[in-house]
Design a protein around this ligand. Structure first.
Ligand SMILES: [Mn+2]
Length: 325
């Protein structure tokens, strides 16, 4: 079974299509599983299309397996469900975290494209997403853990937490912090918050704080969540044993067009390394690298070997949709 990981696609349907087509082609000769490490949605204008497509692929037929893990955007979507159902679009945009963090356009498109029953099914699909995955495979003798923002203290072999299980605790952590009652935050509440939200980026000052540990000494952790501002779209924090693969798609949709990178990571534990292909917004693989303790670039023939599986015409989407109707 070949295991692939992608994170933080944030509604970039071009990259999504390229990756799906690529994996479909590989799955003709090998068994494939794709792990989506959260934040599939929001910011990008095709978030709803991607969400509908992924739900179909998971619940119906797909040539390869998909495990969709939660990010903070999926959490915010679930937290906004009561307002989505009973409030106005304005209310959702102004008074929910989801709406004010790029969820408004996702919500508007979901409302256009789904029946009321399908909308409810979509939110119930979201609330069941799990928070992390622990692999049997190792890198540098450490088992690999995949989580949106930070490694849990004691990752279970099979994660028993879903969005639904942690939503209230995470809301409480935010409320207690704002009301200066941090002493009431328990370690278990904090851990749930950290899984989806912890970051080296201090969101108040926009400065990186490299002393914040996102990893766990016993594991090798793969995360997303904080955009990496380089052309490979990933960064290895060696002291933490953490690989951050958020290529910055969320920045792209806010006008920083140079950050359109999405690294697709394959676990190659037989060779004690990751194989990483960096996709961009234009349906291309732009870099191929190997990562062990250092980054090695593929030579041209190695890169072409991967590129030949790329399918540029994989899915047709409604690109003519009027978003303002
Ligand atoms: Mn995130």
């Amino acid at each position: 079974m070949r295991k692939f990981i992608v994170s933080d696609l944030h509604g970039d349907i071009n990259t999504y299509n390229a990756i799906m087509g690529y994996l479909e082609n590989i799955s003709k000769s090998d068994e494939v599983i794709l792990y989506i490490n959260g934040d599939l949605i929001d910011r990008g204008i095709y978030s709803a299309d991607m969400l509908i497509d992924i739900k179909n692929r998971i619940e119906n037929e797909n040539p390869f397996k998909i495990e969709y893990l939660a990010g903070n955007h999926e959490l915010m979507m679930w937290q906004a469900y009561p307002v989505y159902k009973n409030g106005t679009r304005w209310d959702l945009h102004m008074n929910t975290n989801w709406g004010s963090n790029g969820g408004s356009i996702t919500a508007a498109c979901l409302e256009d494209e789904l029946t009321i029953d399908e909308e409810d099914q979509m939110f119930h699909f979201i609330k069941k997403l799990k928070l992390y995955h622990k692999f049997e495979e190792t890198i540098n003798d450490k088992k690999i853990v995949l989580a949106h923002a930070a490694c849990p203290k004691n990752p279970l072999d099979i994660c028993d937490l879903t969005i639904e299980d942690v939503a209230n605790d995470i809301t409480n952590v935010v409320d207690l912090t704002w009301s200066h009652k941090e002493h009431l935050i328990t370690p278990s509440m904090q851990e749930k918050y950290d899984l989806l939200w912890k970051s080296k980026l201090n969101r108040m000052t926009r400065q990186m704080d490299f002393n914040i540990k996102l990893g766990n000494d016993d594991f090798f952790t793969i995360i997303g969540h904080t955009p990496v501002e380089n052309s490979l779209g990933y960064e290895f924090y060696e002291s933490d044993n953490v690989l951050n693969i958020d290529g910055g798609e969320a920045l792209y949709w806010r006008g920083y067009f140079e950050f359109d990178h999405s690294p697709l990571v394959e676990i190659d534990s037989n060779n004690n390394r990751f194989i990483i292909l960096t996709f961009n917004h234009n349906n291309e693989i732009i870099y191929g690298t190997y990562l062990d303790s250092k980054i090695t670039y593929m030579n041209n023939s190695e890169l072409e070997n991967h590129r030949k599986f790329l399918d540029k015409n994989t899915k047709i989407y409604k690109l003519d949709k009027d978003l303002f109707s």
